[in-house]
Design a binder for this molecule. Sequence first.
Ligand SMILES: [Zn+2]
Length: 296
Amino acid sequence: MSLRLTLLGTGTPTPSLERGGCSFLVEHNDDLMLFDCGPAAVQRLLARGIALTKISHIFLTHLHYDHCMDYGYLALTRWDQGAGQIPDLKVYGPDGTERMTRLLFSEEGVFQADLAGRTLHPGSHLIYEHRGGKLPRQRPAPEVQEVGPGAEIRGEGWQVHVAAMVHCQPYLKSVAYRFNSQEGSIVVTGDTAPNTQLADLARDANVILHMCHFLNEVETDPRITTSCSGHLDAARTAAAAGVEKLVLIHLTEQIARPGIRERMLAEAAEVFTGTIVLGEDLMEIPLGDIRPEPIL
Ligand SMILES: [Zn+2]
């Protein structure tokens, strides 16, 4: 049994070569799960050496594009390369996830011309058969389940719990996820202002991946502080929940500047005494103890 956690994208809606939109890979035995699927998630998976056909589940925290832009890309590429030989992708997300999926892949959807060509044209049939496919070719059909607070999804040796978050209601709903297994527990906050449900969801977890969109003493306008979290918000939630490791993600270029990031981490460490990690794209987060070691 094994569990690995890799940060694929740690950025925001602001385009960046260093930080893609939010996306996190959890590998539990043969189940490869994406938590969010923001811009560049597919490229980061390739960089990490993951075959896209191996992705089995996607959990979307909310439908802001910096968290779901690569959903269509991943689902189409996985379907195309899978050539009818792999199970349909399982997708979980808040209200609107079914509609998004229908509007991507149905006959009324934005990819209708592509899908008609790939499922009906003889040249596409040839490639499909070379990949091991058997005609007639089916369209991509992700299995979507919309989830809300209290939902529980069960897999082989793992469960995912869902809690409601506070972000851009009533315009879009947001949830956080907690992945539980014998090998470890991981919480993905998505985008949220501080709230008590999050500390409850994250109680004693091994790792929390927490939005850190601003410095608390710099951004004080309630329009942002009531919909997003800063570094001290993340540290307070991590302390209240008693987690082992706090990984700061959803980072802006301003926050990640030399000098600023060190100050931010020092201030957060005054609130949360566990391990704090400043997330980077393609960083693997150890799930066990992180201890200083002597020079080899
Ligand atoms: Zn976001």
